[in-house]
Design a protein around this ligand. Structure first.
Ligand code: AHM
Ligand code: MG
Length: 337
């Protein structure tokens, strides 16, 4: 791997390698990188500048305090709206789509994002992240909500920025998965994980076991099987999807937020969380399922739709699907008509 390969340089090289590929993301990603650095800086100094806490309180400078998730949401919108690459955006934090102001040039892509996934972890200094998904926008007229309701298989690119012990930018444009680590000294994302592949079989399972009273038998039997295997798995659950996913991507493992008796469609959002991570998982050789079928094939009907999610190492996800499908007591999901 060449020393000092920045994200921008890498994207330019990728473009040369795949001249007929779906898009030129260099400019769009440059804007995303700025948003990532701004959010990373704010996440890292959150404790110092008293940015935490409820909206409406004042920081030490007597200014209105913005919650970090609101800060991240505004940072993405403000950084992306004038770049000329987007036709519209949609955020997990906002009810409706975000149109591009008429002052700014419009582009051919739609950006969907979860500005700060795992935000319940901010107050305790645990990993959070920004997740994004990019779709192509139909060429005619202004973008509408219907343009966002596309199955994940139509994504042109997807990725996440993880604000952890270091800040990482991981993405796919459909040609593998690549990871870059922010070098704070030079302020650049440097290629650190080229062509990430997830082990076929992992040794980690990640699920909120406090929900087990609501689980259908297939989930309970699968988790029991993992615990009693000859080589038992270990459990790891951070409670930040992006961080749990990232660890399992590198080490191998399976993350589950399944359908259960309390939450038929699970908890996670299809367009902002499940689709982008499923695209990455598949590009890394893994798998992502609702239990009944491939996440990327689900045709969304609502912007903020939830979906069950089983994601990670391919053989683990297939095994979990096997347990899920053969159970009798569970209702069918309506996601795969
Ligand atoms: P958020 O988008 O409001 O942060 O919620 C999503 C988060 C995921 O990051 C995480 O995997 C999940 O919620 C944890 O949920 P739970 O606390 O129910 O286990
Ligand atoms: Mg989230």
């Amino acid at each position: 791997m060449p020393i000092g390969m920045t994200l921008t340089k890498f994207l330019l090289e990728e473009q040369r390698k795949y001249p007929g590929s779906s898009g030129n993301f260099t400019g769009l990603f440059s804007d995303l990188v700025v948003a990532a650095k701004v959010i990373s800086r704010e996440v890292n100094r959150a404790g110092l500048i008293d940015i935490l806490g409820a909206t409406g309180s004042k920081n030490i400078h007597g200014e209105e305090v913005q919650k970090l998730d609101e800060f991240a949401n505004n940072a993405v919108i403000k950084t992306m709206e004038h770049g000329g690459h987007l036709a519209a955006m949609a955020s997990e934090e906002m009810d409706d789509i975000i149109t591009i102001h008429s002052h700014y040039p419009k582009g051919r892509y739609l950006l969907l994002f979860d500005p700060l996934d795992g935000s319940s972890n901010i107050d305790v200094n645990v990993c959070v992240g920004t997740i994004f998904s990019i779709l192509k926008c139909p060429p005619d007229g202004d973008a509408t909500e219907a343009d966002f309701l596309k199955p994940g298989v139509e994504q042109a690119a997807a990725g996440y920025i993880l604000y952890g012990s270091s800040t990482m930018f991981v993405y796919t444009t459909g040609h593998g998965v690549h990871g870059f680590t922010l070098d704070p000294g030079v302020g650049e994302f440097i290629l650190s994980h080229e062509d990430i592949t997830v082990p076929e079989r992992g040794g980690i399972y990640s699920i909120n076991e406090a929900n087990n009273k609501h689980w259908y038998p297939g989930t309970s039997l699968y988790i029991e099987k993992l615990k009693s295997a000859d080589k038992p798995c270990t459990a790891r659950y951070i409670g930040s999807l992006v961080a749990d996913f990232h660890r399992n991507l590198l080490k191998g493992g399976v993350f589950l937020y399944p359908s259960d008796r309390k939450s038929k469609n699970g908890k996670l959002r299809l367009l902002y969380e499940a689709n982008p991570l499923s695209f990455i998982a598949e590009q890394a050789g893994g798998r992502a399922s609702t239990g009944d079928g491939r996440v990327l094939d689900v045709v969304p009907t609502e912007l903020h739709q939830r979906t069950p999610l089983i994601i990670g190492s391919r053989l683990d996800v297939e095994e979990a699907e096997g347990f899920w499908k053969r159970q009798e007591a569970k209702p069918p999901l309506d996601l795969h008509p």
